[in-house]
Design a binder for this molecule. Structure first.
Ligand SMILES: *Cc1c(COP(=O)(O)O)cnc(C)c1O
Length: 497
Protein backbone atom coordinates (compact mmCIF):
# COMPACT_ATOMS: atom_id res chain seq x y z
CA UNK A 1 0.00 0.00 0.00
CA UNK A 2 1.41 3.37 -0.96
CA UNK A 3 0.38 5.94 1.61
CA UNK A 4 2.44 8.81 0.32
CA UNK A 5 1.97 10.52 -2.99
CA UNK A 6 4.82 10.59 -5.47
CA UNK A 7 5.89 14.12 -6.30
CA UNK A 8 4.39 14.77 -9.70
CA UNK A 9 1.77 12.51 -11.21
CA UNK A 10 2.04 14.06 -14.64
CA UNK A 11 5.67 13.40 -15.36
CA UNK A 12 5.86 9.77 -16.32
CA UNK A 13 9.59 9.39 -16.54
CA UNK A 14 12.75 10.13 -14.58
CA UNK A 15 15.50 12.02 -16.38
CA UNK A 16 19.15 12.20 -15.61
CA UNK A 17 21.85 14.02 -17.44
CA UNK A 18 24.68 11.76 -16.39
CA UNK A 19 22.80 8.55 -16.79
CA UNK A 20 22.03 9.43 -20.37
CA UNK A 21 25.52 8.21 -21.08
CA UNK A 22 24.23 4.79 -20.18
CA UNK A 23 20.56 4.79 -21.07
CA UNK A 24 18.84 6.26 -24.05
CA UNK A 25 15.23 5.84 -22.96
CA UNK A 26 13.97 7.48 -19.80
CA UNK A 27 12.77 5.29 -16.95
CA UNK A 28 9.10 4.82 -16.17
CA UNK A 29 8.33 6.34 -12.78
CA UNK A 30 5.68 4.07 -11.36
CA UNK A 31 6.20 0.79 -13.17
CA UNK A 32 9.11 -1.54 -12.96
CA UNK A 33 11.22 -1.03 -16.09
CA UNK A 34 11.17 -3.85 -18.63
CA UNK A 35 14.95 -4.08 -18.93
CA UNK A 36 17.99 -3.89 -16.70
CA UNK A 37 20.31 -0.91 -16.72
CA UNK A 38 24.02 -0.74 -15.86
CA UNK A 39 24.78 -0.44 -12.17
CA UNK A 40 26.59 2.87 -12.70
CA UNK A 41 23.50 4.28 -14.36
CA UNK A 42 21.22 3.12 -11.55
CA UNK A 43 23.55 4.66 -9.01
CA UNK A 44 23.81 7.93 -10.87
CA UNK A 45 20.09 8.30 -11.45
CA UNK A 46 19.22 7.70 -7.82
CA UNK A 47 22.09 9.78 -6.50
CA UNK A 48 21.03 12.69 -8.70
CA UNK A 49 17.44 12.57 -7.56
CA UNK A 50 18.43 12.33 -3.89
CA UNK A 51 20.40 15.56 -4.15
CA UNK A 52 17.08 17.34 -3.93
CA UNK A 53 16.48 16.05 -0.40
CA UNK A 54 17.34 18.48 2.39
CA UNK A 55 20.72 18.26 4.10
CA UNK A 56 20.23 16.05 7.19
CA UNK A 57 22.78 18.05 9.17
CA UNK A 58 20.74 21.23 8.72
CA UNK A 59 17.52 19.46 9.63
CA UNK A 60 16.90 21.08 12.99
CA UNK A 61 13.45 19.55 13.15
CA UNK A 62 14.64 16.15 14.20
CA UNK A 63 16.08 14.58 17.33
CA UNK A 64 17.51 11.76 15.28
CA UNK A 65 21.26 11.38 14.91
CA UNK A 66 22.77 12.59 11.67
CA UNK A 67 26.46 12.13 12.33
CA UNK A 68 28.61 9.33 13.67
CA UNK A 69 32.33 8.72 13.67
CA UNK A 70 33.82 7.11 10.55
CA UNK A 71 35.02 4.11 12.58
CA UNK A 72 31.44 3.41 13.54
CA UNK A 73 30.27 3.94 9.97
CA UNK A 74 32.73 1.17 9.05
CA UNK A 75 31.25 -1.22 11.61
CA UNK A 76 27.79 -0.39 10.35
CA UNK A 77 28.66 -1.13 6.75
CA UNK A 78 30.39 -4.35 7.78
CA UNK A 79 27.22 -5.63 9.44
CA UNK A 80 24.50 -4.53 7.02
CA UNK A 81 24.14 -8.10 5.78
CA UNK A 82 23.50 -9.61 9.21
CA UNK A 83 19.92 -10.35 10.14
CA UNK A 84 19.59 -9.53 13.80
CA UNK A 85 17.02 -12.22 14.43
CA UNK A 86 19.42 -15.06 13.56
CA UNK A 87 20.63 -15.03 17.11
CA UNK A 88 22.13 -18.46 17.05
CA UNK A 89 24.15 -17.68 13.94
CA UNK A 90 25.28 -14.31 15.23
CA UNK A 91 25.69 -14.91 18.96
CA UNK A 92 28.11 -12.04 19.37
CA UNK A 93 25.61 -9.53 18.02
CA UNK A 94 23.03 -10.93 20.43
CA UNK A 95 25.54 -10.60 23.24
CA UNK A 96 26.19 -6.96 22.31
CA UNK A 97 22.46 -6.16 22.44
CA UNK A 98 22.27 -7.81 25.87
CA UNK A 99 25.20 -5.75 27.09
CA UNK A 100 23.47 -2.59 25.82
CA UNK A 101 20.25 -3.55 27.64
CA UNK A 102 22.20 -4.04 30.87
CA UNK A 103 24.20 -0.83 30.53
CA UNK A 104 21.04 1.19 29.90
CA UNK A 105 19.17 -0.53 32.74
CA UNK A 106 21.99 0.42 35.12
CA UNK A 107 21.98 3.96 33.75
CA UNK A 108 18.27 4.09 34.64
CA UNK A 109 18.95 2.70 38.13
CA UNK A 110 17.13 -0.61 37.68
CA UNK A 111 17.17 -2.48 40.98
CA UNK A 112 19.63 -5.16 39.89
CA UNK A 113 21.84 -7.26 42.12
CA UNK A 114 25.42 -8.07 41.13
CA UNK A 115 24.41 -11.33 39.49
CA UNK A 116 21.13 -10.14 37.95
CA UNK A 117 20.66 -9.50 34.29
CA UNK A 118 18.36 -6.71 33.16
CA UNK A 119 15.06 -7.30 31.35
CA UNK A 120 14.74 -5.37 28.14
CA UNK A 121 15.04 -5.48 24.39
CA UNK A 122 16.36 -3.52 21.44
CA UNK A 123 13.67 -2.23 19.09
CA UNK A 124 13.43 -0.25 15.90
CA UNK A 125 12.79 2.91 17.91
CA UNK A 126 10.81 4.22 20.84
CA UNK A 127 7.56 3.61 18.98
CA UNK A 128 8.04 -0.14 18.92
CA UNK A 129 9.39 0.03 22.48
CA UNK A 130 6.22 1.82 23.60
CA UNK A 131 3.94 -0.72 21.86
CA UNK A 132 5.72 -3.49 23.76
CA UNK A 133 5.63 -1.69 27.10
CA UNK A 134 1.95 -0.85 26.55
CA UNK A 135 1.12 -4.45 25.72
CA UNK A 136 2.85 -5.65 28.87
CA UNK A 137 0.79 -3.22 30.99
CA UNK A 138 -2.41 -4.18 29.22
CA UNK A 139 -1.83 -7.89 29.72
CA UNK A 140 -0.85 -7.50 33.38
CA UNK A 141 -3.94 -5.43 34.03
CA UNK A 142 -6.17 -7.95 32.22
CA UNK A 143 -4.73 -10.81 34.20
CA UNK A 144 -5.34 -8.96 37.44
CA UNK A 145 -8.92 -8.03 36.55
CA UNK A 146 -9.71 -11.59 35.44
CA UNK A 147 -8.30 -12.97 38.66
CA UNK A 148 -10.63 -10.62 40.55
CA UNK A 149 -13.59 -11.66 38.37
CA UNK A 150 -13.94 -8.14 37.00
CA UNK A 151 -14.55 -7.02 33.40
CA UNK A 152 -11.37 -6.27 31.46
CA UNK A 153 -12.70 -4.97 28.16
CA UNK A 154 -12.30 -1.24 28.75
CA UNK A 155 -8.64 -0.52 29.45
CA UNK A 156 -7.43 3.06 29.42
CA UNK A 157 -4.13 4.85 29.61
CA UNK A 158 -3.56 8.32 31.05
CA UNK A 159 -1.13 10.72 29.33
CA UNK A 160 -0.71 14.42 28.65
CA UNK A 161 -2.15 15.87 25.44
CA UNK A 162 1.48 16.51 24.49
CA UNK A 163 2.23 12.81 23.89
CA UNK A 164 4.03 11.75 20.76
CA UNK A 165 1.85 10.22 18.07
CA UNK A 166 3.07 6.68 18.86
CA UNK A 167 0.94 6.67 22.02
CA UNK A 168 -2.12 7.46 19.94
CA UNK A 169 -1.09 4.64 17.63
CA UNK A 170 -0.72 2.27 20.56
CA UNK A 171 -4.14 3.24 21.84
CA UNK A 172 -5.86 2.78 18.50
CA UNK A 173 -4.03 -0.33 17.31
CA UNK A 174 -4.35 -2.16 20.60
CA UNK A 175 -7.77 -0.85 21.63
CA UNK A 176 -6.93 1.08 24.74
CA UNK A 177 -8.72 4.34 25.46
CA UNK A 178 -6.34 7.29 25.60
CA UNK A 179 -7.26 9.71 28.38
CA UNK A 180 -5.37 12.94 27.86
CA UNK A 181 -4.70 15.64 30.41
CA UNK A 182 -5.20 18.88 28.51
CA UNK A 183 -2.49 21.51 28.30
CA UNK A 184 -2.89 25.14 29.32
CA UNK A 185 -1.51 28.45 28.23
CA UNK A 186 2.08 28.56 29.43
CA UNK A 187 1.98 24.97 30.76
CA UNK A 188 2.74 22.50 28.01
CA UNK A 189 3.26 19.20 29.82
CA UNK A 190 1.07 16.77 31.74
CA UNK A 191 -0.02 18.10 35.09
CA UNK A 192 0.65 15.16 37.47
CA UNK A 193 -2.18 16.16 39.83
CA UNK A 194 -4.74 16.09 37.03
CA UNK A 195 -3.28 12.84 35.69
CA UNK A 196 -3.60 11.12 39.07
CA UNK A 197 -7.13 12.47 39.26
CA UNK A 198 -8.01 10.87 35.92
CA UNK A 199 -6.80 7.41 36.93
CA UNK A 200 -9.52 4.81 37.51
CA UNK A 201 -9.67 1.07 38.03
CA UNK A 202 -9.30 0.47 34.28
CA UNK A 203 -6.11 2.50 33.93
CA UNK A 204 -3.34 0.19 32.77
CA UNK A 205 -0.66 2.82 33.39
CA UNK A 206 0.11 6.53 33.39
CA UNK A 207 2.69 7.49 30.79
CA UNK A 208 4.96 10.37 31.72
CA UNK A 209 7.30 11.96 29.22
CA UNK A 210 10.88 12.80 29.98
CA UNK A 211 11.44 15.43 27.37
CA UNK A 212 8.20 16.53 25.79
CA UNK A 213 8.46 16.45 22.02
CA UNK A 214 6.93 19.92 21.87
CA UNK A 215 9.24 21.91 24.13
CA UNK A 216 11.72 19.43 25.64
CA UNK A 217 10.35 19.93 29.15
CA UNK A 218 10.61 17.05 31.64
CA UNK A 219 7.36 16.01 33.27
CA UNK A 220 7.36 15.69 37.05
CA UNK A 221 7.60 11.91 37.37
CA UNK A 222 8.46 12.07 41.06
CA UNK A 223 5.32 13.97 41.95
CA UNK A 224 3.26 11.63 39.79
CA UNK A 225 4.82 8.67 41.58
CA UNK A 226 4.04 10.13 45.01
CA UNK A 227 0.45 10.99 44.08
CA UNK A 228 -0.18 7.53 42.67
CA UNK A 229 1.31 5.78 45.69
CA UNK A 230 -1.18 7.70 47.77
CA UNK A 231 -4.06 6.95 45.41
CA UNK A 232 -3.15 3.27 45.18
CA UNK A 233 -3.11 3.09 48.97
CA UNK A 234 -6.57 4.61 49.20
CA UNK A 235 -8.18 2.59 46.42
CA UNK A 236 -6.33 -0.70 46.59
CA UNK A 237 -5.35 -0.41 42.93
CA UNK A 238 -1.75 -0.62 41.77
CA UNK A 239 -1.60 1.79 38.87
CA UNK A 240 1.97 1.79 37.50
CA UNK A 241 3.98 4.38 35.57
CA UNK A 242 5.77 4.13 32.25
CA UNK A 243 8.34 6.79 31.40
CA UNK A 244 8.65 7.73 27.76
CA UNK A 245 12.26 8.90 27.88
CA UNK A 246 12.69 8.78 24.10
CA UNK A 247 14.82 11.91 24.09
CA UNK A 248 15.47 12.56 27.79
CA UNK A 249 16.72 9.07 28.69
CA UNK A 250 20.19 9.89 27.44
CA UNK A 251 20.08 13.46 28.78
CA UNK A 252 18.93 13.26 32.38
CA UNK A 253 21.50 10.70 33.65
CA UNK A 254 24.32 12.94 32.42
CA UNK A 255 23.06 16.46 33.00
CA UNK A 256 20.71 15.98 35.94
CA UNK A 257 21.93 12.90 37.87
CA UNK A 258 20.03 14.02 40.98
CA UNK A 259 16.68 14.18 39.21
CA UNK A 260 14.54 11.21 40.24
CA UNK A 261 12.57 10.09 37.21
CA UNK A 262 13.63 6.49 36.65
CA UNK A 263 13.55 3.13 38.47
CA UNK A 264 14.51 4.92 41.68
CA UNK A 265 10.76 5.64 41.83
CA UNK A 266 8.96 2.44 42.83
CA UNK A 267 5.96 2.80 40.50
CA UNK A 268 8.10 3.19 37.38
CA UNK A 269 7.83 -0.27 35.84
CA UNK A 270 9.20 0.35 32.35
CA UNK A 271 11.14 2.99 30.44
CA UNK A 272 11.76 3.47 26.74
CA UNK A 273 14.55 5.45 25.12
CA UNK A 274 15.46 6.12 21.50
CA UNK A 275 19.01 4.97 20.80
CA UNK A 276 18.80 7.03 17.63
CA UNK A 277 18.12 10.30 19.45
CA UNK A 278 20.54 11.29 22.21
CA UNK A 279 21.77 7.69 22.27
CA UNK A 280 23.74 9.03 19.29
CA UNK A 281 23.05 6.26 16.73
CA UNK A 282 21.59 6.66 13.23
CA UNK A 283 17.84 6.03 12.80
CA UNK A 284 16.58 2.54 13.58
CA UNK A 285 17.21 1.75 17.26
CA UNK A 286 15.29 2.10 20.50
CA UNK A 287 15.23 0.33 23.83
CA UNK A 288 12.65 -0.73 26.36
CA UNK A 289 13.71 -1.76 29.85
CA UNK A 290 11.48 -3.33 32.49
CA UNK A 291 12.04 -2.91 36.17
CA UNK A 292 12.03 -6.67 36.78
CA UNK A 293 10.98 -9.99 35.27
CA UNK A 294 7.63 -9.74 37.05
CA UNK A 295 6.73 -6.65 35.04
CA UNK A 296 6.87 -8.45 31.71
CA UNK A 297 4.17 -11.16 31.48
CA UNK A 298 5.77 -14.42 30.42
CA UNK A 299 2.96 -15.19 27.94
CA UNK A 300 4.06 -12.29 25.72
CA UNK A 301 7.46 -13.83 25.20
CA UNK A 302 7.87 -16.21 22.28
CA UNK A 303 10.47 -18.90 22.26
CA UNK A 304 11.84 -19.78 18.87
CA UNK A 305 14.21 -22.59 18.16
CA UNK A 306 14.10 -23.08 14.42
CA UNK A 307 17.16 -20.95 13.88
CA UNK A 308 19.13 -22.92 16.42
CA UNK A 309 18.98 -22.87 20.21
CA UNK A 310 16.00 -21.61 22.19
CA UNK A 311 15.72 -17.83 21.95
CA UNK A 312 13.17 -15.74 23.78
CA UNK A 313 11.81 -12.83 21.72
CA UNK A 314 9.40 -10.03 22.44
CA UNK A 315 9.33 -7.66 19.48
CA UNK A 316 6.80 -6.67 16.85
CA UNK A 317 9.19 -7.27 13.96
CA UNK A 318 11.03 -10.43 13.12
CA UNK A 319 13.91 -9.75 10.71
CA UNK A 320 15.88 -6.53 10.99
CA UNK A 321 19.42 -5.27 10.59
CA UNK A 322 22.14 -5.67 13.21
CA UNK A 323 24.05 -2.50 12.42
CA UNK A 324 22.20 -0.25 14.81
CA UNK A 325 22.71 -2.56 17.77
CA UNK A 326 26.41 -2.72 17.02
CA UNK A 327 26.54 1.06 16.57
CA UNK A 328 24.84 1.57 19.95
CA UNK A 329 27.38 -0.67 21.60
CA UNK A 330 30.16 1.29 19.88
CA UNK A 331 28.86 4.58 21.28
CA UNK A 332 28.40 3.23 24.80
CA UNK A 333 31.94 1.90 25.07
CA UNK A 334 33.65 4.54 22.94
CA UNK A 335 32.17 7.50 24.80
CA UNK A 336 31.54 6.06 28.23
CA UNK A 337 29.78 8.13 30.85
CA UNK A 338 32.35 10.89 30.45
CA UNK A 339 31.88 11.19 26.70
CA UNK A 340 28.08 11.25 26.85
CA UNK A 341 28.20 13.86 29.58
CA UNK A 342 30.57 16.07 27.57
CA UNK A 343 28.39 15.85 24.48
CA UNK A 344 25.18 16.58 26.36
CA UNK A 345 26.84 19.54 28.11
CA UNK A 346 27.97 20.87 24.74
CA UNK A 347 24.46 20.51 23.36
CA UNK A 348 23.06 22.34 26.36
CA UNK A 349 25.59 25.17 25.99
CA UNK A 350 24.87 25.56 22.30
CA UNK A 351 21.16 25.60 23.07
CA UNK A 352 21.87 28.42 25.53
CA UNK A 353 23.82 30.38 22.91
CA UNK A 354 20.89 30.04 20.55
CA UNK A 355 18.39 30.98 23.24
CA UNK A 356 20.37 34.05 24.28
CA UNK A 357 20.64 35.14 20.65
CA UNK A 358 16.91 34.78 20.14
CA UNK A 359 16.14 36.68 23.32
CA UNK A 360 18.43 39.46 22.18
CA UNK A 361 16.26 40.08 19.13
CA UNK A 362 13.49 41.00 21.59
CA UNK A 363 10.99 39.39 19.25
CA UNK A 364 10.49 35.94 20.75
CA UNK A 365 9.06 34.25 23.80
CA UNK A 366 11.08 31.19 24.77
CA UNK A 367 8.74 28.25 25.36
CA UNK A 368 11.37 25.61 26.24
CA UNK A 369 12.83 25.28 29.72
CA UNK A 370 16.42 25.47 30.89
CA UNK A 371 15.90 22.10 32.53
CA UNK A 372 15.19 19.54 29.83
CA UNK A 373 16.19 18.30 26.41
CA UNK A 374 18.65 20.65 24.68
CA UNK A 375 16.29 22.35 22.31
CA UNK A 376 14.93 25.83 21.91
CA UNK A 377 11.22 26.25 21.31
CA UNK A 378 10.10 29.82 20.73
CA UNK A 379 7.20 31.82 19.47
CA UNK A 380 6.85 35.36 18.16
CA UNK A 381 5.80 37.92 20.73
CA UNK A 382 3.72 39.53 18.03
CA UNK A 383 2.47 37.33 15.24
CA UNK A 384 -0.30 39.59 14.00
CA UNK A 385 1.67 40.82 10.99
CA UNK A 386 3.64 37.68 10.25
CA UNK A 387 3.49 34.35 11.95
CA UNK A 388 5.82 31.50 12.86
CA UNK A 389 5.01 29.50 9.72
CA UNK A 390 6.32 32.37 7.63
CA UNK A 391 9.55 32.52 9.66
CA UNK A 392 9.97 28.77 9.18
CA UNK A 393 9.40 29.04 5.46
CA UNK A 394 11.76 31.99 5.03
CA UNK A 395 14.52 30.12 6.90
CA UNK A 396 14.44 27.48 4.19
CA UNK A 397 16.08 30.01 1.92
CA UNK A 398 19.18 29.72 4.06
CA UNK A 399 19.01 25.93 4.08
CA UNK A 400 17.66 25.67 7.64
CA UNK A 401 14.80 23.32 8.36
CA UNK A 402 13.07 24.70 11.45
CA UNK A 403 9.53 23.43 11.95
CA UNK A 404 6.61 25.52 13.17
CA UNK A 405 3.60 23.83 14.74
CA UNK A 406 0.60 24.56 16.87
CA UNK A 407 0.35 23.17 20.39
CA UNK A 408 -2.18 20.44 21.24
CA UNK A 409 -5.46 21.19 23.12
CA UNK A 410 -6.08 23.38 25.09
CA UNK A 411 -3.11 25.45 23.95
CA UNK A 412 -3.76 25.18 20.21
CA UNK A 413 -3.70 28.92 19.75
CA UNK A 414 0.04 28.91 20.51
CA UNK A 415 2.40 28.33 17.58
CA UNK A 416 6.04 27.55 18.20
CA UNK A 417 9.24 27.15 16.22
CA UNK A 418 11.60 24.47 17.46
CA UNK A 419 15.32 23.93 17.02
CA UNK A 420 16.67 20.63 18.32
CA UNK A 421 20.32 20.94 19.29
CA UNK A 422 22.16 17.75 18.41
CA UNK A 423 25.79 16.77 18.81
CA UNK A 424 26.65 18.00 15.31
CA UNK A 425 25.03 21.42 15.78
CA UNK A 426 28.07 23.46 16.66
CA UNK A 427 28.32 26.84 18.30
CA UNK A 428 29.25 28.36 14.94
CA UNK A 429 26.06 27.00 13.45
CA UNK A 430 24.06 28.30 16.43
CA UNK A 431 25.46 31.80 15.91
CA UNK A 432 24.88 31.56 12.18
CA UNK A 433 21.27 30.53 12.74
CA UNK A 434 20.64 33.49 15.05
CA UNK A 435 22.10 35.75 12.39
CA UNK A 436 19.88 34.24 9.69
CA UNK A 437 16.79 34.51 11.89
CA UNK A 438 17.66 38.18 12.30
CA UNK A 439 17.74 38.57 8.53
CA UNK A 440 14.42 36.78 8.17
CA UNK A 441 12.82 39.09 10.74
CA UNK A 442 14.23 42.10 8.96
CA UNK A 443 12.92 40.87 5.61
CA UNK A 444 9.52 40.08 7.04
CA UNK A 445 9.27 43.57 8.49
CA UNK A 446 9.72 45.06 5.05
CA UNK A 447 7.21 42.73 3.43
CA UNK A 448 3.48 43.20 3.03
CA UNK A 449 1.77 42.32 6.28
CA UNK A 450 -1.40 40.55 7.12
CA UNK A 451 -1.15 37.64 4.80
CA UNK A 452 -3.74 36.15 7.06
CA UNK A 453 -6.22 38.72 5.86
CA UNK A 454 -5.60 37.69 2.29
CA UNK A 455 -6.33 34.16 3.41
CA UNK A 456 -9.65 35.13 4.88
CA UNK A 457 -8.76 35.19 8.58
CA UNK A 458 -9.54 38.19 10.71
CA UNK A 459 -6.61 39.46 12.79
CA UNK A 460 -8.54 38.71 15.96
CA UNK A 461 -9.19 35.12 14.89
CA UNK A 462 -5.64 34.69 13.69
CA UNK A 463 -4.42 35.74 17.11
CA UNK A 464 -6.71 33.31 18.86
CA UNK A 465 -5.88 30.48 16.50
CA UNK A 466 -9.44 30.40 15.21
CA UNK A 467 -9.51 29.60 11.54
CA UNK A 468 -12.48 30.64 9.53
CA UNK A 469 -13.62 28.14 6.91
CA UNK A 470 -10.14 26.69 6.48
CA UNK A 471 -8.34 24.06 8.51
CA UNK A 472 -4.95 24.86 10.04
CA UNK A 473 -3.33 22.63 7.47
CA UNK A 474 -5.00 24.39 4.56
CA UNK A 475 -3.90 27.74 5.86
CA UNK A 476 -0.35 26.50 6.39
CA UNK A 477 -0.26 25.16 2.87
CA UNK A 478 -1.54 28.40 1.44
CA UNK A 479 0.96 30.43 3.38
CA UNK A 480 3.76 28.14 2.33
CA UNK A 481 2.71 28.27 -1.33
CA UNK A 482 2.39 32.06 -1.14
CA UNK A 483 5.83 32.48 0.31
CA UNK A 484 7.45 30.00 -1.98
CA UNK A 485 6.17 32.02 -4.90
CA UNK A 486 7.09 35.28 -3.23
CA UNK A 487 10.60 34.14 -2.44
CA UNK A 488 11.08 32.69 -5.92
CA UNK A 489 9.94 35.92 -7.52
CA UNK A 490 12.19 37.95 -5.25
CA UNK A 491 15.16 35.77 -6.03
CA UNK A 492 14.66 36.47 -9.69
CA UNK A 493 14.71 40.21 -9.18
CA UNK A 494 17.16 40.80 -6.36
CA UNK A 495 19.38 37.78 -6.61
CA UNK A 496 19.62 37.57 -2.80
CA UNK A 497 20.80 34.18 -1.54
C1 LIG B 1 10.68 10.59 19.26
C2 LIG B 1 9.72 10.27 20.31
C3 LIG B 1 8.95 9.10 20.24
C4 LIG B 1 9.01 8.16 19.08
O1 LIG B 1 10.28 7.62 19.01
P1 LIG B 1 10.89 6.89 17.73
O2 LIG B 1 12.20 6.44 18.28
O3 LIG B 1 11.03 7.93 16.68
O4 LIG B 1 9.98 5.78 17.35
C5 LIG B 1 8.11 8.82 21.30
N1 LIG B 1 8.00 9.65 22.35
C6 LIG B 1 8.73 10.79 22.44
C7 LIG B 1 8.59 11.64 23.66
C8 LIG B 1 9.61 11.14 21.43
O5 LIG B 1 10.32 12.27 21.53
Amino acid sequence: MVLSKAASQSDVSVHSTFASRYVRASLPRFKMPENSIPKEAAYQIINDELMLDGNPRLNLASFVTTWMEPECDKLIMASVNKNYVDMDEYPVTTELQNRCVNMIAHLFNAPLGEADTAVGVGTVGSSEAIMLAGLAFKRKWQNKMKAQGKPCDKPNIVTGANVQVCWEKFARYFEVELKEVKLKDGYYVMNPDEAAEMVDENTICVAAILGSTLNGEFEDVKRLNDLLIEKNKQTGWDTPIHVDAASGGFIAPFLYPELEWDFRLPLVKSINVSGHKYGLVYAGIGWVIWRSKEDLPEELIFHINYLGADQPTFTLNFSKGSSQVIAQYYQLIRLGFEGYRNIMENCQENANVLKAGLEQTGRFNIVSKDHGVPLVAFSLKDNSRHNEFEVSDMLRRFGWIVPAYTMPPDAQHVTVLRVVVREDFSRTLAERLVCDIGKVLHDLDTLPARLSIKLGISPEDAKNGVVVKKTDLEVQREITAYWRKFVADRKKTSGIC
